[in-house]
Design a binder for this molecule. Structure first.
Ligand code: ATR
Length: 275
């Protein structure tokens, strides 16, 4: 698509940023809705992050996404931070306000819960405890989403227990840190670790005691069906892959910058996975 001198601008700030699928994702929507706009990769090293973020209003950007490794540092460069981002301790979406000030949001929790509800319509927060594996940045968004949805208990397991304890303290709510990843009694199992990702070892977990009606989801989406999801599927368990979290987290940003609430469709999934 050819853009005009009036094009609306946004982008994704990361380091490196070449792996990001966000330009493809937002580019698909810009084309689909015929919007005069551009969404570009912005490779910014850590030592220039604040300078780059502060330049967004001056350059006429409507905002940006923030990805690895900048999500936590970006929070400190904002003029305003919404409650979810503050609680998670990370910003993935920046919106330049009408007053030119930088507003930090976190849409990862929204992306996770929307993907889960779409992918497993039978899942209800009140169905029972959720077992969450991992305590990194992604886990913070996942746990916040589950607590806010009303899950009665989040059982949190991480290789480094101290990180799980810190997460529980920061997010608050019914979170119990457990020393072993025990699947018994869990209505939902979420992998937020990097295990199972292409090039990494698979997540080794015995699913024998997982209730038959539980749902298993993985935030890893390369490969789309991780060894964990394949094992769950093989025993007839409902699974939800991680691509939808990426797609749904992008919706609020796109709407704020470009003025259209975009749809997550099978065509979009295929397009984003192609490269
Ligand atoms: P993200 O922001 O994507 O969540 P991260 O902050 O690097 O990434 O977190 C990675 C998560 O995967 C952490 O929970 C990490 O466990 P530690 O906190 O103990 O480091 C987990 N992880 C990574 N490699 C792992 C491995 N080999 N075994 C178990 N957990 C692992």
């Amino acid at each position: 698509m050819i853009i005009s001198g009036k094009a609306k601008l946004a982008g994704v700030i990361g380091w490196p940023v070449g792996h990001s699928r966000s330009p493809r994702l937002h580019g698909f929507w810009l084309d689909q809705y015929g919007i005069d706009g551009a969404y570009v990769p912005l490779a910014v090293p850590p030592e220039r992050l604040e300078q780059a973020i502060r330049a967004l209003p001056a350059l006429g950007f409507r905002g940006a996404n923030v990805t690895v490794p900048h999500k936590e540092a970006a929070l400190r460069a904002m003029d305003r931070v919404d409650a979810v981002a503050r609680r998670i301790g990370a910003v993935n979406t920046i919106v330049v306000g009408a007053d030119g000030l930088l507003e930090g949001r976190n849409t990862d929790a929204y992306g996770f819960i929307t993907n889960l509800r779409r992918g497993a319509p039978g899942w209800r927060p009140e169905s029972g405890p959720a077992l969450v594996l991992g305590a990194g940045g992604a886990a913070r968004a996942v746990v916040a989403a589950l607590v806010d949805a009303g899950v009665p208990e989040v059982r949190l397991h991480n290789r480094t227990a101290a990180k799980a304890e810190a997460l529980a303290g920061d997010i608050g709510g019914p979170i119990r840190v457990i020393p072993e990843p025990d699947v018994a009694g869990a209505a939902l199992l979420v992998n937020t670790t990097t295990l199972g990702m292409t090039g990494q070892s698979p997540l080794e977990l015995d699913l024998t005691d997982l209730p038959a009606d539980a749902v298993v989801t993985d935030i890893v989406y390369t490969p789309l069906i991780t060894p964990l999801l394949a094992a769950a599927q093989a025993r007839g368990t409902v699974i939800v892959d991680g691509l939808g979290m990426l797609l749904h987290q992008a919706v609020p940003g796109f709407e704020a910058w470009f003025g259209v609430c975009p749809e997550v469709t099978p065509d979009l999934c295929r397009f984003v996975l192609e490269k």
